[in-house]
Design a protein around this ligand. Structure first.
Ligand code: HEC
Length: 190
């Protein structure tokens, strides 16, 4: 009888052991993805463009209290800049989040998990399709410069998944980024 109970106890312990070790393994796997995603994001320049810059003691720097929240909604920009031509073709706002060039004005997107103004409702598929095709969610409008799609579309599937997992884990910031503005010629023709 004693042996019987011991066997049951062992079986139960094994079952719990299996459950807890598999959930730990899952937890580790997602923690690994977040860590890898953070590494890729911080070494691939995402903060340079998607985190608004402020003037720090040593010059302009990304304001990490607004990490990856995109062009600030309270910095309105209503028209592209008109440049004289060679050698300049583009200009950037002081926040480093609005870019004026031959494509019009592009505003960096809110990459935080805010569900209304960021990527909160995006699936991994939406994210991968955007980066691989250079179109919003893989089927919408073309993603404008200077978003480095030509480079980023070569990220491995594992790195894209890691970036996505990390971006979904950072603090959500509500910030509604404006739609891009058309180029000067297109505005003049209208
Ligand atoms: C040189 C500046 C720059 C860098 C670096 C950059 N981005 Fe962007 N990104 C932009 C701009 C500008 C847009 C908006 C383009 C548009 O509106 O068409 C954008 C758009 C996006 C979009 C599309 C959002 C949507 O709604 O379709 C995603 C996703 C994105 N960036 C992710 C990233 C990630 C992840 C990184 C780093 C691995 C990164 N970006 C680095 C400038 C940049």
């Amino acid at each position: 009888m004693k042996a019987h109970y011991t066997r049951i106890a062992l079986a139960v312990a094994a079952a719990f052991g299996a459950v807890s070790s598999s959930s730990t393994a899952l937890g580790d796997e997602s923690a690994d993805k977040v860590a890898r995603g953070k590494y890729v994001v911080t070494t691939s320049g995402c903060n340079d463009c998607h985190t608004p810059w402020i003037m720090g003691p040593g010059g302009p720097e990304p304001d990490m209290s607004r990490m990856l929240s995109g062009h600030p909604q309270d910095v309105p920009i209503t028209a592209p800049i008109s440049l004289a031509g060679d050698p300049w073709i583009a200009a950037v706002s002081g926040t480093n989040t609005a870019w004026s060039g031959p494509w019009g004005v592009s505003f960096t997107a809110n990459l935080t998990p805010d569900s209304e103004t960021g990527l909160g409702k995006w699936t991994l598929r939406n994210f991968v399709d955007t980066i691989r095709t250079g179109r919003h969610m893989g089927r919408g409008r073309e993603i404008l410069p200077p978003m480095p799609i030509p480079m980023y579309k070569h990220f491995s599937d594992a790195d894209l998944e890691a970036i996505y997992t990390y971006l979904q884990s950072i603090p959500a910031i509500s910030n509604k980024v404006p739609e891009p503005l058309p180029p000067v010629q297109a505005t003049a023709a209208n």
